[in-house]
Design a protein around this ligand. Structure first.
Ligand code: NDP
Ligand code: 8X3
Length: 251
C-alpha cells in the first residue's frame, strides 16, 4: 500500500477491527480508529507504532457520524480506505419470539450505521477519484440459519448495498469490496448472547474457527491490489465449516 494512506476502521475496539488496525499499522498507514469504547481505542493506539486519530462514537447516531466525519482535522480529512466493520448480532430467537430492540440494534448498526459512514466519506473519495470502501459482511448474508433471521437479513443488505455501490461508482477509480467471513472467534458471540460466556464458547467448541487476523489478512490483500484490480467479494470460512450451518466438530 502507499505509505501514509489514511485508513478509517469502524469497530476498531475489538476482534476483526482491532486486527485490521494492527495489519495496516505495520504497513505504515495512518489510522482513524472508531468505536464506542474510548478506553479500548486508547489502549490499542498505544500498542500501534503509527499515527492514530480516535473517534469514540456510535455509528447509529447519524448526527454524531456526520459531524465527526465532516470536521476531521486537515491531516486526517482525506480518507483513502473506509473499513465498515462495526457490527453485531443480538439473540438467536425464532422471529415470532424475537426481541424488537435486538432487531433495531442490528439494523441500525449493521445497515444504517454502515450507510451513514459511507455517505459521509464517499463524496470526498469521488471528488478525489481515489478511495476504497471495504464492507465486512458475513456468510450470514449468503445463507440464513435458524434464529439468524434479522442478523442474516442485515448482512444480506450489506452484500447487496456493496454490489449496488460498485455499480454507482462505475467510471470512478473508487473501489468496493465486501468481505464475508464464516465463524471468527471474537467477542461476537458474547455480544450475541448478551454476555453469556458459556453459551458463547460453545459456538466454537470442537473446531478451529478463523482468527480476526485471518480476516484482517484478506482485508489487507484486497486493499493492496494494483489500482485496476477490484476484489468485489470474498467468502472465507474455517476449513471445518462448509455452510452457515454445516460444520465439522471433533468430539
Ligand atoms: P466484536 O464484537 O469483537 O467487535 C465488534 C466491533 O464493532 C467492536 O469494536 C464494537 O465496538 C463495534 N461496534 C458495535 N456496535 C457499534 C456501534 N453502534 N458504533 C460503533 N462501533 C460499534 O465482533 P467481530 O470483530 O467479530 O465483528 C466485526 C464485524 O464482523 C461485524 O460486522 C460482524 O457482524 C462481522 N462478522 C463477524 C463474524 C464472527 O464470527 N465473529 C463472522 C462474519 C462477520 P464498541 O462496542 O466499542 O462500540
Ligand atoms: C457471523 C457469522 O455464522 O454466526 O456473521 O452468522 S454467523
Amino acid at each position: 500500500m502507499n505509505d501514509r494512506q489514511i485508513v478509517l476502521i469502524s469497530g476498531a475496539s475489538s476482534g476483526i477491527g482491532a486486527a485490521c488496525a494492527k495489519v495496516f499499522a505495520r504497513a505504515g498507514a495512518k489510522l482513524i480508529l472508531l468505536a464506542r469504547r474510548q478506553e479500548r481505542l486508547e489502549q490499542l493506539a498505544m500498542e500501534l507504532a503509527c499515527e492514530t486519530y480516535l473517534l469514540a462514537l456510535d455509528v447509529r447516531d447519524r448526527q454524531q457520524v456526520e459531524s465527526a466525519l465532516s470536521s476531521l482535522p486537515t491531516p486526517w480529512s482525506e480518507v483513502d480506505i473506509l473499513i465498515n466493520n462495526a457490527g453485531l448480532s443480538r439473540g438467536l430467537d425464532k422471529l415470532d419470539r424475537g426481541d424488537i430492540q435486538d432487531w433495531e440494534e442490528m439494523i441500525d448498526t449493521n445497515i444504517k450505521g454502515l450507510l451513514y459512514m459511507t455517505r459521509s466519506l464517499l463524496p470526498g473519495m469521488v471528488n478525489r477519484d481515489r478511495g476504497h470502501i471495504i464492507n465486512i459482511g458475513s456468510i450470514a448474508g449468503h445463507q440464513a440459519y435458524p434464529g439468524g433471521n434479522v442478523y442474516c437479513g442485515s448482512k444480506a443488505a450489506v452484500r447487496i448495498i456493496s454490489e449496488g455501490l460498485k455499480q454507482d461508482l462505475l467510471g470512478t477509480s473508487v473501489r468496493v469490496s465486501c468481505i464475508d467471513p464464516g465463524m471468527v472467534e471474537t467477542e461476537f458471540s458474547q455480544v450475541r448472547f448478551h454476555g453469556d460466556t458459556e453459551r458463547a464458547q460453545k459456538v466454537y467448541q470442537g473446531l478451529t474457527p478463523l482468527t480476526p487476523e485471518d480476516v484482517a489478512d484478506v482485508v489487507f490483500f484486497c486493499a493492496t491490489r494494483p489500482p485496476h484490480v477490484n476484489i468485489s467479494e470474498v467468502l472465507l470460512v474455517p476449513t471445518a465449516q462448509a455452510t452457515a450451518t454445516l460444520v465439522h466438530r471433533q468430539v
